[in-house]
Design a protein around this ligand. Structure first.
Ligand SMILES: C[S@@+](CC[C@H](N)C(=O)[O-])C[C@H]1O[C@@H](n2cnc3c(N)ncnc32)[C@H](O)[C@@H]1O
Length: 239
């Protein structure tokens, strides 16, 4: 399975998304000041959130929660992201993890929109999000802290142990949202999460019944406990 270190030297994002980011973030800050004050390293959060955002995929509230999870170092280990798309969440995870000396972020994706949701969105990227991912990660300055597995989540899981990457302190699951795929990601990856480490699922909402069902079963099975949520993002702690 190929492991790729993100190239240096991408070009900057266009100005228009930056303006949208500033406006969106100002609105977010206005409505969420108390929450933002509780966010670890709030100034760094705002700075990194302004650099790369993909509001279509992640709300500001979810991004703030993900940032806080990546800053949580109650257990040692690295961060693994299943489903990176154009790097919006990769940047958030890597910036936060670096800030707390929290280890590398391993981003797993085929970058070929390997699920029906993303297939419908990949047209503007010419059928692959690989170039956009590299550009965004580079532009945000987090490339040194990101390792990419350009593979399916199943292939990457098979190779994980042999690579001796150590325990996972935060597993963020956001690849194929079908019930079977989410179950498979849980079965393949949760065993590598350290006891007390975090498992988080994006798109935990009515629009994605497969995610809701797989998460409910995982929580009920007692593999993870103490679930918490903001709309569309649920996380729990490995038992
Ligand atoms: C919803 S997007 C991820 C969004 C990203 N986490 C964010 O919020 O910025 C889902 C991604 O998962 C990838 N994907 C879907 N199924 C996959 C699989 N079985 N293996 C690897 N990647 C997969 C798609 O290529 C797509 O880039």
């Amino acid at each position: 399975m190929p492991e790729v270190t993100v190239r240096q030297g991408g070009r900057a994002s266009p100005a228009c998304p930056r303006i949208r980011s500033v406006l969106g973030l100002a609105r977010f800050a206005a409505f969420n000041l108390p929450r933002l004050a509780r966010t670890p390293h709030p100034v760094a959060f705002l700075r990194h959130t302004l650099v790369v955002r993909d509001p279509d995929l992640m709300s500001d509230l979810q991004r703030a929660a993900l940032w806080a999870l990546a800053c949580d170092r109650r257990v040692e280990g690295c961060v693994v992201e299943l489903g990176a798309w154009i790097g919006g969440t990769t940047v958030c995870l890597a910036a936060a993890s670096h800030l707390v000396n929290g280890g590398l972020v391993y981003a797993v994706d085929t970058f070929a929109a390997t699920d029906p949701d993303c297939e419908a969105r990949v047209g503007p990227y010419g059928g692959s999000t690989w170039e956009a991912f590299q550009r965004n990660v580079q532009h945000a300055g987090v490339a040194p802290w990101v390792r990419v597995h350009r593979a399916t989540t199943t292939e990457a899981a098979r190779a994980w142990q042999a690579q001796r990457n150590g325990p996972i302190r935060l597993l963020f699951i956001d690849a194929n949202h079908s019930y079977a795929s989410v179950r498979e990601d849980v079965e393949n990856w949760v065993p590598y999460v350290a006891q007390g480490g975090i498992v988080a699922w994006h798109d935990h909402n009515e629009a994605h019944p497969g995610v809701m069902r797989a998460v409910a079963e995982t929580v009920a099975s007692d593999v993870v406990g103490n679930p918490a949520t903001v709309p569309g993002l649920l996380w729990a702690y490995k038992r």
